[in-house]
Design a protein around this ligand. Sequence first.
Ligand code: NAP
Length: 253
Amino acid sequence: MSLDMFSLKGKTALVTGANTGLGQGICVAYAQAGADVIGVARRSCQETADKIEAFSGKFTELIADLSDVSVIPHIVEEANKVNGRVDILVNNAGIIKRCDAADVTMEDWDSVININEKMVFLLSQAFAKGWLADEKGGKIINIASMLSYQGGIRVPAYTASKSAVMGLTKALANEWACHGINVNAIAPGYMATNNTENLRKDGQRSEEILSRIPAGRWGTPEDIAGTAVFLASEAAAYIHGFTVAVDGGWLAR
Ligand code: NAP
């Protein structure tokens, strides 16, 4: 077996939420694996660009607010201009709102569902249409969560959206696997990013979480790099519809 099957050389990857956290980590990992990377974000991705350009990787920034579905044709058009085609789509951008279930507003519910669930479907659909037409296949990697498996506490919209992401990953795989499109997901455990900042600031919750992680530490963006590269590579060609937990053992407990 050649390790070349794990390489992303010659591929173009589009990652949403590329300016920070897990999205930034995936962008850097993809560039290190040889891909040209397009980062979608609603603000500057300069830090991500600097990290990639430091080893002469190629990074293109595409500014778009993913709360607005009208940006989708623009994203597809601009992304396809970079190298003619996007081969790998990572639906990483996501938000979380912590609130007692009894107090969740419709506005907050919609904002979480729109980015974490609806946009994941619509972007997948938009790129898959091109892949179905040119018959060259593609890779979709959705970022799920421990709350694709569990209920969580005080984050009902987030849990609903991430449970949907795991279901959608299976549903899309069932339709598109025979067209050479791999749809899979990664369920990160508790990772030290902006998403968990408030949780980590809450001494009691932070201690409760940490003491339940078998690995004994919060995860980092680097922790999901290997899985993200693997799922985007030819080495994962026969993996369809699966959500891989990268969680320091959280689900095993
Ligand atoms: P993060 O640092 O908050 O990153 C979230 C990313 O999504 C940011 O780039 C953010 O941009 C972007 N985003 C949010 N709303 C957007 C919008 N309207 N338009 C464009 N981009 C938008 O947190 P993270 O942990 O890296 O999160 C990445 C993914 O992992 C999310 O889907 C999250 O749910 C998932 N996840 C995280 C954990 C964890 O423990 N950290 C665990 C499981 C799953 P801004 O910087 O502009 O807000």
